[in-house]
Design a protein around this ligand. Sequence first.
Ligand SMILES: Cc1cc2nc3c(=O)[nH]c(=O)nc-3n(C[C@H](O)[C@H](O)[C@H](O)COP(=O)(O)O)c2cc1C
Length: 409
Amino acid sequence: MNKTILVTGGCRSGKSKYALKLANSRPGKKFFLATAQPLDEEMAERIQKHRQERGKEWVTFEEPINLADVFKKLDDDPQSVLILDCLTLWISNLLMESTPKEKLLGYVNEWLDCCSRFKGTLICITNEVGAGIVPENPLGREFRDLAGEINQQVADRFDEVILTVSGVPVTIKTSAKSEDVAGQNDRINHEFSPAKKAGLYEAIYGRRDVRQFNPNPVPFEALEKILNAAHHAGSVGFMQPWNFIVIDDPEVKERVVQNFSEANEEASRHYSGDRKDLYSSLKLEGIREAPINICITCDRERSGPHVLGRNSVPDTDIFSTCCAVQNLWLAARAEGLGVGWVSILSMEKLKEVLAIPEEIVPVAYLCVGYTDHFLKQPLLEKVGWADRLPMNKLIYHNQWNENSKGFLQ
Ligand SMILES: Cc1cc2nc3c(=O)[nH]c(=O)nc-3n(C[C@H](O)[C@H](O)[C@H](O)COP(=O)(O)O)c2cc1C
């Protein structure tokens, strides 16, 4: 299915790099239509450099004026990708040939028709030229105005518009069709569209352990969504060993607070001096304030005595339950809900309070609700309790070997 993407941005904002990355992530034939003309040595060198960067699998056309002619030479393979680099240079080439405005706009329309007939993915690069000062000479002003007008026209007709700023691509337009095609591409490449990826990583990096909640109630639909996300976690032998106890009764919560206070008192004995003072100053639970508490449990006998994949590592049922907790935590972040894991509890007493049967293991006690602030960094990092370890120092190559650290650098 045809898909048209406009990549726009300022000079050196990362447009071409992004367009190439996008194109290279697709499986089909790659075409590059360059509108630049090697008018001087510097330009010729640049063009040559870009050709080399693209690699041999790319077929390059150099055409400063008759874009429609090039489109006739492209094949009909829906998997093929064409990068047009760039629209503004084409406009400038036409202006330099003293093409009257009406004629120039006619060429643009003709080219737009070619774009909709093109069967593959078309990525067109353009420049945002209107953000700077007003050009001094009339030709410069004409160029700026025309480029702005044409960009608008193209953005209107194209399925997707991406703005690159300081190397960061921001999706500023998607259409139902583009989502459909993105879905299709997901199926071809198994890769998410940039917008979907951004959402996923935002949830991962923006997830926080939250201990401060506001009293806004958690809507039933949001609760259902996060529980369902938890229920879709991976589990050993598809055992799904979890249950969820949703708690909103203040009396039950009060008994859990009591449990926490005793466990916390005990835990604080492990610290002394400044560390103890710091520990005592930390808020380590939000049981009362959070409108909802959820206890996630693991039924270790859910699938009988033998579970596929659990023979050698019996604790994989507990690991599976932790996967459910993480799913809930991430989905909650996407829903704007904070989650705080409270493990400073006697699990025996918790079982008693929540009437959990003997054979069931409570894995996580979570406080859930809306919060007025998601911290940018973990609270324990912010107060100087611990730092995030450098990732590179945690990665070995092939074997547990100190010398192989730094593999990712
Ligand atoms: C298994 C587990 C138990 C935790 N128990 C507590 C707890 O009892 N109290 C608390 O304040 N935070 C608890 N946390 C939250 C961690 O302190 C927090 O995840 C860590 O500091 C990193 O911060 P972040 O989650 O905001 O990225 C727990 C987290 C996990 C994964």
